[in-house]
Design a protein around this ligand. Sequence first.
Ligand code: NDP
Length: 347
Amino acid sequence: RAIVVDQLADAAGASAPPATPAQRGSLRTIDASFFAPAPEAPATATPATGVTIEVEYSGINYKDGLAVTGRPGVVRRLPLIAGIDVVGTVRASADARWSAGDTVLLNGAGIGESAHGGLAEFAVVAPGSLVRLPDAISSRRAAALGTAGFTAMLSVMALEKQGIGPRSGEILVTGAAGGVGSVAIMLLARAGYSVTAASGRAESEGDYLRELGANTVIDRAELAEPGRPLQSTRWAGAVDSVGGPLLATVLAQISYGGSVTACGLAAGAQLPTTVLPFILRGVNLLGVNSVDAPLSLREAAWMRLAAETRFELLDALSTEIGLAAVPDAADAILAGTVRGRTIVNVH
Ligand code: NDP
């Protein structure tokens, strides 16, 4: 069984008109022929060239929301098994690095976009970006972290690389109650940073965000209007997953030499700013891309997640669903109503 997208709607974006039922991903039973070599996708792994994984868990990320609701922009071949995350056990491998019985995880690297993904009972993937599941992390918790947790760790590592540390000053996390935001708050707070969470649900999710470790919770409306390109400085650094005018405001409020990571566009792909924060305050805008991260970076980030995740908090911010509930969960993540992470138990 797998969540398969067969067609795409005409308009892209979370606010596009609803797709017709035929344009939405749905739960289907497929057979091995689905993974046969396809002339239109010659680079895709097949059982003869890749690694066959019996999937235990996948997850719902924002991209999965776009794919499963049939929105263009993520899905690059049809039909496609959705799901940018996989955690499971190797059953067969054409690559000598992997053997039957290995427990592995994979985030991004094109699955659920240009190659079949993880929202299925079996996945067939290329070996190049597979990571061995660290001993300290169960399969379920690896899925709870998923691409969102991996990206949150890449964001923290990017700030550190710029010399930002717990003594640098306040760190802002936007999209705070979402997947990337929730895990970023948890990681930063545990490392000793003082964290402010900016959320559109500051009132209803305030207690949750403080439990994750936020010192202060602010309403994102405070940052939503693009104001002057240089404003009173408030933050030494920021982890942003929403983009748009909100990111422009964040850049305007970063202290001299501060850094902001950008990974997402939940509030839009435009960035209505000027060069002033960069040339007058030496602000750094750091792009984070989990999809194409090299294997060494994936392994380093997952080793750190194994050591630095507060697993009891991770359990509390995760909700488990089955494959049949994926279409509804896809609607919910695009509507911005999901708290934390949604894990999909595919069995
Ligand atoms: P979620 O949907 O879990 O979280 C996004 C959060 O953004 C929401 O919970 C909400 O937080 C906030 N938000 C939603 N809509 C708006 C809006 N219109 N204006 C301002 N804020 C909004 O998604 P993820 O955390 O999984 O992903 C977040 C973003 O990061 C997505 O754009 C995703 O594609 C991107 N991403 C990129 C990766 C990369 O490699 N570059 C990897 C992973 C994710 P709240 O209610 O608290 O305000």
